[in-house]
Structures are given as structure tokens and as C-alpha cells.
Design a protein around this ligand. Structure first.
Ligand code: L14
Length: 348
């Protein structure tokens, strides 16, 4: 890095992702001169500790970005839409972890292992992709680079923390109620504000985010559209089914891919992923070694295992991809983008 220190703001500082952002900035020792913590008026006034210092969270408004050079946003799409342009007006570069700007052609959508170079095209705002998309493209980019990639079919097994801290509380209280034989009326999942709510405890819900007219959910369409944008391939065939499971943290994905060559072996794919940046290969079926959410929690890598060649399709492979949805899926990818911005001298 350049040896400079930056005035950094975290917007949504008290949320599930915001908390992880602050922790990650601390752990990575990101060069910070001032850290400004911002939130909705509801959470303003709360205290958060950063590097042993107690900081007071302030209400996010346009004036709060005075002097800020880098702003990490994770307070929901409407906050980003209202305030990210204000932060840019004050001279900040914004890394936005909501879906507000991801598909805007003017906004780079970045997973550093895949398309770090897109950061050079930024006009103030950089988007952090959807958690499920990030871990998938990080694992598949090496295959695309080496063999080409024509098709992805993914089913997700997503953790509740992606839907926020309140959803996690709902899952825990509901699980306890079920065990106690008590009644518990679901109020948040599958989607806060949608017409119906269903229990997540001891269940699997095939709805994450709202339904679109084509029958896919918005979460599924995010995976489809964001993957094409990050991988720079509008022709790539992508289909997704997104499912919520009663897991606190760590998304898992069953992924089927078709690559551009037929003579590739499982050993070839393993060798490739073993050396891939940000990826840890965990694939030894003889010893029952494979990735699981409980092992991925708190780790920044994307874990890949269960790699098999399809029995009929010569260029088809199956695999299982797991990562901490709050880290590589959100906070760590955002801080990693910030590190890239500093290293590339885009952040001055
Ligand atoms: O698009 O409910 O960044 O788990 C990813 C997690 C939307 C909500 C995004 C969830 C979010 C989603």
C-alpha cells in the first residue's frame, strides 16, 4: 500500500454486516486516520469499539461525509440510493454492499480475485456483489480462465444472517419455541414486508427476496445478472434456485458447470483450485473431508469440495462451494476492494 492513511466512514455501522466491516478493518489494519461510524437515527448514539477506542455512532446525513475519503455502505438499498451520491459529492469513493447500483452500467461490480481491473472505471461508486454471487464467481473464475465456461446451474443453501440480525433472532426464538412445544408466529422470513411469513426453524424455504414476473426470485436474478457482469460474459448461461435453511452463518451452494473442454479430469480441476486466490480446496471424500458452513464461519476464504465429473456430460462438473456470507460475501469483499483501491492508487 501507499503509506497513506484515510478518513473512512462505515454506513450501517450497527448492522450485521457493518459490525463485520469494522472488525475486518481492524484485523486487516487498514490505514485509517479517522473512522466515522454512521447509522439510521434509530441506532445513532450507540458506542462501538475500534482498536480499543470507543466511538459514538452518528446519524447518517449528507453533511456527515465532510472530509470522508472512503465510505463503506451497508444500511440497505434506500440509504445507499439517498446518501451514496452525497458521499461522492463530498469527494469520497463509495463501496456499496446493497443491490442499489450493482447493475448500473456506470458502476463497477467487483470481486477482486475476478475483476479487480474494473475498479479503474469507477465514477465514485463501486458495488459489492450479492453474497451468493461472490463465493460462486471466486471459485469458478479459475475454471473460466483455464478452460472457458458456458453454463452454470446453482442451488443455494443460504444462512439466515444474510437477512439481518432480526431474522437470526427470529430463527433462534422460534427453534426454542418449537422445542418447548409453544406457538411462535413468524414475522420476518422469508422476506420482511412480503404478504406471508413462514417458519424457518426445522424448515427449508425456497424464497429469498421477492418474486419477479418470470418466476425467479430477485435473489436468483441477482445471482444470474451479477455473475454475467462480473465475468464479462453476457452469453454465459446461468440459472439459480435460492433456498433459505436454518443456519446462522455460512452459505453453501451446489453448483453444476459446463466448461469449454471435454478432456479435463477431477484431478485437473482440483489442482487448479488448490492454487486459486481466495479459495481453499477441501475435497477428500475417502476421509469425509468437505466444506461446511460451521467450519467456514469467521474465515475469509471460499471453500470448495465434492468435485465430481458428470457421468454423462463430458464437459460437466459438480461441486460444493461454502463461504461466510458476512465476510467474503459482504464485509471482507468490501474491505478487500478498499485495499485494492489503495494498492492501485485509485484511492488518493
Ligand atoms: O443482495 O436475505 O446483498 O440473505 C444478500 C442477502 C439481499 C438479502 C444482497 C438475504 C442481500 C439477502
Amino acid at each position: 500500500m501507499s503509506g497513506k492513511n484515510y478518513h473512512v466512514a462505515v454506513v450501517g455501522a450497527t448492522g450485521a454486516v457493518g459490525q463485520q466491516m469494522i472488525k475486518t478493518l481492524e484485523e486487516r489494519d487498514f490505514p485509517i486516520s479517522t473512522l466515522t461510524l454512521l447509522s439510521s437515527s434509530r441506532s445513532a448514539g450507540k458506542k462501538v469499539t475500534f482498536k480499543g477506542q470507543e466511538l459514538t455512532v452518528k446519524e447518517a446525513n449528507p453533511e456527515a461525509f465532510e472530509g470522508v475519503q472512503l465510505a463503506l455502505f451497508s444500511a440497505g438499498g434506500s440509504v445507499s440510493k439517498a446518501l451514496a451520491p452525497e458521499a461522492v459529492k463530498h469527494g469520497a469513493i463509495v463501496v456499496d454492499n446493497t443491490s442499489a447500483f450493482r447493475m448500473d452500467p456506470e458502476v463497477p461490480l467487483v470481486v477482486p480475485e475476478v475483476n479487480e481491473g474494473d475498479l479503474n472505471d469507477h465514477k465514485g461508486i463501486i458495488a459489492n456483489p450479492n453474497c451468493s454471487t461472490i463465493q460462486m464467481v471466486a471459485a469458478l473464475e479459475p475454471l473460466k480462465q483455464t478452460y472457458g465456461l458456458s453454463k452454470i446451474i446453482v442451488s443455494t443453501y443460504q444462512a439466515v444472517s444474510g437477512a439481518g440480525a432480526n431474522a437470526v433472532t427470529e430463527m433462534k426464538e422460534q427453534s426454542q419455541a418449537v422445542l418447548n412445544g409453544e406457538n411462535y408466529e413468524p414475522q420476518i422470513l422469508p422476506v420482511k414486508g412480503d404478504k406471508k411469513h413462514y417458519p424457518i426453524a426445522f424448515n427449508a424455504i425456497p424464497q429469498i427476496d421477492v418474486f419477479e414476473e418470470n418466476g425467479f426470485t430477485y435473489e436468483e436474478m441477482k445471482m444470474i445478472n451479477e455473475t454475467k457482469k462480473i465475468m464479462h460474459d453476457a452469453e454465459l448461461h446461468v440459472a439459480a434456485t435460492c433456498v433459505r435453511l436454518p443456519i446462522e452463518t455460512g452459505h453453501a451452494e451446489s453448483v453444476y458447470v459446463e466448461i469449454g473442454q471435454e478432456d479435463v479430469s477431477v484431478e485437473d480441476v482440483k489442482a487448479l483450485l488448490k492454487n486459486a486466490p481466495g479459495v481453499t480446496l477441501k475435497d477428500d471424500p475417502a476421509n469425509q473431508v468437505y466444506p461446511m458452513p460451521v467450519d467456514a464461519v469467521g474465515k475469509s476464504d471460499v471453500f470448495v469440495g465434492r468435485i465430481r465429473k458428470d457421468l454423462n456430460q463430458k464437459n460437466g462438473f459438480h461441486m460444493w462451494i461454502v463461504s461466510d456470507n458476512l465476510l467474503k460475501g459482504a464485509a471482507w469483499n468490501s474491505v478487500q476492494i478498499a485495499e485494492s483501491l489503495a494498492a492501485l492508487n485509485i484511492l488518493k
